[in-house]
Write a protein that binds this ligand. Structure first.
Ligand SMILES: Nc1nc2c([nH]c(=O)n2[C@H]2C[C@H](O)[C@@H](COP(=O)(O)OP(=O)(O)OP(=O)(O)O)O2)c(=O)[nH]1
Ligand SMILES: [Mg+2]
Length: 154
């Protein structure tokens, strides 16, 4: 026997992540490019990171965004929670809508940051789990437009 019981029964690690969809006053969303050398290197993502013990999702998101980008945000409503299993990793992404309050985003822990419009998102390569986030954002955008039409009496 070359494998221990532990290795045979080991489940892929499970990461619980708080994720921010940050909007600026121009209606753009902030995305960042993961470092080339890491897991899912070079892919774009919505900024965020692991929830620490004793922390709420909101606290986690606020802390991670300050650490990773040096900006202050307001964490707003829950958008979607996604459970996704990659080949060697399971992630739970709890995604909140957020608003930029102060600062200019800096790529402190990533390769690049960018403000983009909702309809530009599909031009960027994201991890698989993110297609559900992007869909939820688009659904929300459509709802908002319907609401606007309604106000105009159509
Ligand atoms: N922040 C973020 N993570 C995402 C997204 N989509 C997605 O699959 N993930 C995955 C990639 C990572 O495995 C995990 C985020 O964890 P993380 O950023 O705290 O940790 P990491 O893997 O980059 O590195 P480490 O801190 O464990 O060394 O969630 C996303 O849109 N944003
Ligand atoms: Mg991170």
């Amino acid at each position: 026997m070359t494998q221990t019981t532990n290795e045979i029964s080991a489940l892929p690690p499970h990461k619980i992540i708080g994720v921010a969809v940050i909007w600026n006053d121009q209606g753009q969303i902030l995305i960042d490019r993961r470092r080339l050398e890491g897991v899912m290197g070079g892919l774009w993502e919505f900024p965020g990171g692991k929830i620490e013990p004793g922390e709420t999702v909101q606290e986690c998101i606020q802390r991670e965004i300050y650490e990773e980008l040096g900006i202050e945000i307001e964490v707003r409503e829950h958008l979607i929670t996604i459970d996704h299993t990659y080949t060697h990793l399971r992630v739970t992404l709890t995604v909140h809508q957020c608003r930029l309050i102060a600062g200019i985003p800096q790529p402190l822990e990533c390769d690049e940051v960018r403000w983009v419009n909702l309809d530009e998102l599909e031009q960027f390569a994201f991890p698989q789990a993110n297609s559900q986030i992007i869909e939820a954002l688009k659904d929300m955008g459509e709802m908002r437009e319907m609401g606007r039409d309604g106000e105009m009496g159509r």
